[in-house]
Design a protein around this ligand. Structure first.
Ligand code: ZN
Length: 144
């Protein structure tokens, strides 16, 4: 286990996406444009016409991921996760009329009608993600 203490929330960024906007790509673009390196998702809701995500399929030491693309009307019920060193790592919860899906948000996920996302910038941390020998990303102090 590793624990990192930040100072606190700084700026709050609210992103309002419209039909056809790409969820992950748009968030990345706004983080870069506004110089936000570390953040936590406060909320994310909306609707999607396309959801692209991956999910785990095994219990071995190294994960084997299944990639899923759904193209149908979907509710975006939640997005959770951290931005570390400018890179988002988000998992989402989406549902169609009969089923709920969860997974790691990938590029290509596209808004149906709208999405409202808020993130809080975290000050006082300087972290990066480093993959270990099992291809699992761990948080480390950034030395530079
Ligand atoms: Zn993930």
């Amino acid at each position: 286990m590793q624990v990192f203490l930040g100072k606190g929330p700084e700026r709050i960024i609210i992103i309002n996406l419209q039909r056809g906007d790409k969820l992950l790509e748009s968030i990345r673009e706004q983080l870069a444009k506004n110089g936000i390196k570390n953040a936590v998702v406060l909320s994310a809701i909306g609707s999607l016409q396309r959801a692209v995500f991956h999910r785990v399929t095994n219990m071995d030491e190294s994960p084997v991921d299944e990639f899923v693309t759904l193209e149908k009307p979907l509710e975006l019920a939640s997005l959770q996760g951290l931005v570390i060193d400018g890179e988002p790592h988000f998992h989402m919860v989406v549902s169609d009329l009969s089923q709920t899906y969860t997974g790691h948000l990938e590029e290509g996920t596209t808004v149906l009608y709208l999405a409202e996302i808020s993130l809080a910038e975290i000050s006082g941390i300087n972290l990066k993600r480093v993959k270990n020998e099992l291809n699992i990303a761990l948080l480390k102090e950034n030395s530079n």
